[in-house]
Design a protein around this ligand. Sequence first.
Ligand code: F0G
Length: 351
Amino acid sequence: GAGWPGLIEAYRDRVPVPDGARIVTLQEGNTPLVPAHHLSELTGCTVYLKVEGANPTGSFKDRGMTMAITHALAEGSKAVICASTGNTSASAAAYAARAGLTSAVLVPQGKIALGKLAQAVVHGAKILQVQGNFDDCLELARKTSAEHPVTLVNSVNPVRLEGQKTASFEICDVLGRAPDVHCLPVGNAGNITAYWKGYTEYAGDGVIERTPRMFGFQAAGAAPLVHGQPIAQPETIATAIRVGSPASWAGAVRAKDESGGLFEAVTDEQILAAYRTLASREGVFVEPASASSVAGLLATAADGRLPAGSVVVCTVTGHGLKDPDTALSGMVEVEPLPVDPGAVATALELA
Ligand code: F0G
């Protein structure tokens, strides 16, 4: 195809691909790095949004999935399985469909956003709703893949992180440097681990001079890394990051410690406020979990932990259309109008 070839071709020398593999891609990656004028004004920093909802299935998971499905196909796998709060399953379903593989997804019953479920349905995944949370689903997926001929495509599969680290490359390639601070939502903790891998690889090769401080934000009701211990019953409106026992715990701690960063909890109220600010002031519609990076940006700027003048990138991880229920909960119902220009003018308070 023409134009951007997808991230495996774009970063061929930096991601592992089996010899002769057919590359399974939807031309993911190369997502916008959007200057956030209002957030910059609020924080006194230069803030950019890495808009990962612009990926083919609407989340950053596509970066990992082009790698995981390419490898699964090259290894002769016929089926893949994952546990998911919704985005991993949407992405796995799409890439598996493209590769001609069967996909099975384990999701927590009633706790995945409507758009994500729709994606798994339309791409033909075998959807198993589980009477448990994400952590239960991941344990089931691990056990199933250990005992049966089905490849696990969660981020415990290391090639997933190899794909996801390319977001750091893109940011540095566009800015010509690394940011001072990088803010991320953290759930199962694969993504913060992957970003840090990307930054340290670029620094190791001299492409960038300095790595950013990594700021990881968790929902207050699902903040095991903040508390330093797993949470048995995680709860948050941000269902994507409703995770109590992150698989990449050690990688996340390394990213924070080596970078001089932090973990912090943000409340559902802070997340929803940031969600609305992003949509109404920046024109960027994200799902609630994604807004936790911006909620954290605002909180750390407000109490002085984010130095004024910093160059900051906030990754917004998934598209707002994933979760129409949350968006529509803010809708004010009004009576339908007659077909009458006067009624329109009155309703808009123009008359
Ligand atoms: N944001 C969104 C929109 C997500 O879907 C996820 C994870 C995260 C942030 C956190 O990333 O897990 O690498 O720390 N979603 C997973 C899923 C759990 O199943 O789709 P992480």
